[in-house]
Design a protein around this ligand. Structure first.
Ligand code: 5GP
Ligand code: ZN
Length: 114
């Protein structure tokens, strides 16, 4: 595994404002928030991009999605709405190559995205 920022963050070696963690997942506030709520949900296990998901990762991705919905609810976003996004590789602007689900909410979000 390359030296990976989000592996180090999940290991507690990089400080973060953690909103949830368990044996599989960590969720923390984005350091450059793009909305009033901007949380990143990551697996502890290093997976570089969505292209690297394997057979058997369905449950992990499902856990990430359900956790995003639970955090959105805790933050009062469930009814008004929110967005979850994975960026994959250059055209989507992925900058950290350890998969992360963005949870964005608390303002009206434009569509289509830029
Ligand atoms: P990407 O563009 O790869 O989908 O998103 C990476 C996200 O990670 C960006 O929104 C960026 O602000 C966030 N980020 C980068 N470095 C750090 C960090 O050290 N701590 C936290 N909390 N977020 C980070
Ligand atoms: Zn990693």
């Amino acid at each position: 595994m390359p030296d990976c920022l989000f592996c180090r963050l999940a290991a507690g070696e990089v400080p973060a404002s953690i909103v949830y963690e368990d044996a599989q997942l960590v969720a923390f506030k984005d350091i450059t928030p793009q909305a009033p709520t901007h949380v990143l949900i990551i697996p502890r296990r290093h997976i570089a991009t969505l292209n690297d998901l394997g057979a058997g990762d369905e449950a992990l991705v499902g856990e990430m999605t359900r956790r995003a919905a639970a955090i959105a609810k805790e933050q009062g976003l469930a009814e008004r709405g929110y967005r979850v996004v994975f960026n994959c590789n250059a055209d989507a602007g992925q900058t950290v190559f350890h998969i992360h689900m963005h949870l964005l909410g608390g303002r009206r979000l434009g569509w289509p995205p830029g």
